[in-house]
Design a protein around this ligand. Structure first.
Ligand code: SF4
Length: 222
């Protein structure tokens, strides 16, 4: 049952999708920051397939980095929580962190879907936040890498984490922790992938977006 959280809480991917413009309805991440216990829309078989592909790819990268003599830390080993002065907690779980013999840390994230800006944003958030989360990463400049299922990799240099990026993160965190909810912007394209249900978001659009499919557009009498 939906209830207010005891303290504000943000999962890194809510923030990365918002910052990248992948989620334009800011009400959804704002709601999840302030409330918990809400019903979630069921995931479909495709998510199960992506999960299996993700696990396979993660195994391959872990073997590759271990083979190079690097220390490898996976998923639950990497889970972290950091806290803003306001009390808002930000949590995340990088797929894999590798530490080479010189102590250089690289954060890897595996993506089995289509590449998007939020993939890079998510890893940049890990690179920004991990040094605050643990003595292991304190004072270190982390590098990042997004690995796609076709084998392509997008490397992210440590210098990408600069003051401009920090200001951007601050801007979006301020939206999420505000007492005032942002407006909802329902659309078939976005609502169909949103995990909130009509129990909490009555404005959710029921359309399956089929009119957006080429060849399936409604006819007009003009
Ligand atoms: S269902 Fe649609 S309108 Fe409601 S929170 Fe999700 S994206 Fe926004």
């Amino acid at each position: 049952m939906t209830r207010k959280r005891d303290g504000l809480y943000v999962w890194v991917t809510w923030l990365s999708r918002m910052m990248s413009g992948e989620v334009t309805c800011h009400w959804a991440p704002w709601f999840r920051t302030h409330y918990t216990g809400y019903d979630r829309a069921p995931s479909d078989f495709q998510v199960a397939v992506w999960t299996a592909q993700h696990t396979q790819l993660l195994d391959e990268i872990a073997r590759e980095r271990s083979g190079l003599g690097e220390g490898v830390y996976r998923e639950d080993q990497n889970q972290f929580r950091v806290r803003r002065a306001s009390g808002l907690v930000i949590a995340g779980k990088p797929d894999l962190i590798a530490i080479d013999r010189e102590g250089q840390c690289t954060v890897y994230d595996i993506k089995t879907g289509n590449p998007g800006h939020s993939d890079i944003m998510q890893v940049m958030l890990y690179m920004l936040l991990l040094p605050y989360s643990s003595a292991v990463y304190k004072g270190k400049s982390l590098m990042g890498c997004v690995v796609y299922k076709d084998g392509n990799r997008s490397g992210i240099p440590a210098k990408a984490i600069d003051k401009d990026f920090e200001s951007c993160v601050t801007y979006f965190l301020n939206i999420l922790e505000s007492d005032t909810a942002p407006g909802q912007t329902p659309s078939p394209a976005e609502c169909r992938f949103c995990e909130l249900t009509t129990v909490d978001c009555p404005t959710r659009r029921h359309s399956d977006g089929s009119e957006m499919t080429p060849g399936n557009e409604p006819e007009i009498p003009l």
